[in-house]
Design a protein around this ligand. Structure first.
Ligand SMILES: CC(=O)[C@@H](O)[C@H](O)COP(=O)(O)O
Ligand SMILES: NCC(=O)COP(=O)(O)O
Length: 248
C-alpha cells in the first residue's frame, strides 16, 4: 500500500502572509489525518518563510500518523529532528535561497557526510530517506549510506506527464527496480497531483509513500471554491426590507 503524506508547507505560507493564525496549521494537520491522510510532511527552511521551527514542535501534539520532516541537514535542522524524533526524516540538499527543492543529492560526492548524518538519525530511532533524482548510480550510492529509503524527486516526471510524454516515467521505473535490488524503500514527491499520481503508482507498484503539498492544497481550493462562494452568497441574501428573508 502507498501511504499519502500531506505536505502542509503551503498552509503555513498562507498563514504567514497575514501574520495571524489563519489558516490554522495545527487544525489543518488534524483535519487531513481525520480525512484519511496517513502522514503529515513539513519542510522547514532556514528563513522560516513557511513552516517555522516552532511549528515543527507544535505539530507533535496533533500528528498521530506518520510525521515526516524534510530539509537540508544543517546543524539547526539536525538538532530539531533529534529533539522531535519524527517517524521519518527526509534529507533534501536545498540551497537557502531555493524557491522550492530543485535537485536530488549527489550521493556519490556526499557519501561520507550522509553516512554520518544517517547514522545519527538511526541511532535515535528515526527512519531515514534521501531525496534523489531517478538516476541508478545515485540510488545505488544511497544504499551505501545506510538510509532506509530514497524519495524519488518527481518534478521531471510531472513535467513530462503534462506534456503528454508517458515515457517520462522510465527513469523512475528503473530507479525503483534498482532501489528494490539494493534493499531501499521507495518514496516519491514533488509536483505530484491528481492528474499524474495514478499513472506513477501504476508504474511503480512498490511505492511506499508519496508526500504531496503544492498541488493538493491548490486542488483543495479549486474543488472547494464553488461550495464557499455559495456559502457567501447565502449569507448575503439577507435583505433589510424583508428582515426575515435570511431565516430558513
Ligand atoms: C522535497 C520536496 O520536494 C518538497 O519538500 C518540496 O520541496 C516542498 O517544499 P515547498 O513547499 O517549499 O515547495
Ligand atoms: N517531498 C515532496 C513534498 O513534500 C511535496 O512536494 P510538492 O507536492 O509541494 O511539490
Amino acid at each position: 500500500m502507498t501511504k499519502l503524506s500531506v505536505n502542509i508547507n503551503k498552509i503555513a505560507t498562507l498563514r504567514n502572509s497575514r501574520g495571524g493564525n489563519v489558516p490554522n496549521l495545527l487544525k489543518v494537520a488534524e483535519d487531513v489525518q481525520k480525512f484519511g491522510a496517513e502522514g503529515v510532511t513539513i519542510h522547514p527552511r532556514p528563513d522560516e518563510r513557511h513552516i517555522r521551527y516552532q511549528d515543527a514542535y507544535d505539530l507533535v501534539q496533533v500528528v498521530n500518523t506518520e510525521y515526516n520532516i524534510e530539509g537540508n541537514p544543517i546543524p539547526r535542522f539536525i538538532d530539531l529532528v533529534l529533539q522531535i524524533k519524527p517517524t521519518q526524516v527526509t534529507l533534501v540538499p536545498d540551497a537557502d535561497d531555493a524557491i522550492t527543492s530543485n535537485a536530488g543529492w549527489d550521493t556519490v560526492v556526499h557519501k561520507d557526510f550522509l553516512i554520518d548524518v544517517i547514522a545519527e538519525f538511526k541511532r535515535n530511532g528515526i527512519r531515514t530517506s534521501i531525496f534523489v533524482d531517478p538516476v541508478e548510480k545515485m540510488v545505488e550510492a544511497a544504499a551505501v549510506t545506510g538510509t532506509d529509503r530514497v524519495e524519488l524527486y518527481t518534478e521531471e516526471y510531472a513535467k513530462e506527464f503534462q506534456r503528454g510524454n508517458l515515457n517520462g516515467i522510465s527513469s523512475y521505473v528503473n530507479a525503483a527496480i534498482v532501489a528494490d535490488k539494493v534493499g531501499l524503500g521507495i518514496n516519491a514527491g514533488h509536483d505530484l497531483s491528481l492528474d499524474n499520481i495514478r499513472y506513477f503508482k501504476e508504474q511503480i507498484p512498490n511505492l511506499l509513500e508519496v508526500s504531496i503539498g503544492h498541488a493538493l492544497i491548490s486542488e483543495s481550493l479549486y474543488l472547494g471554491l464553488e461550495n464557499v462562494v455559495n456559502l457567501y452568497l447565502n449569507k448575503l441574501k439577507y435583505d433589510a426590507s424583508t428582515p426575515f428573508s435570511n431565516f430558513w
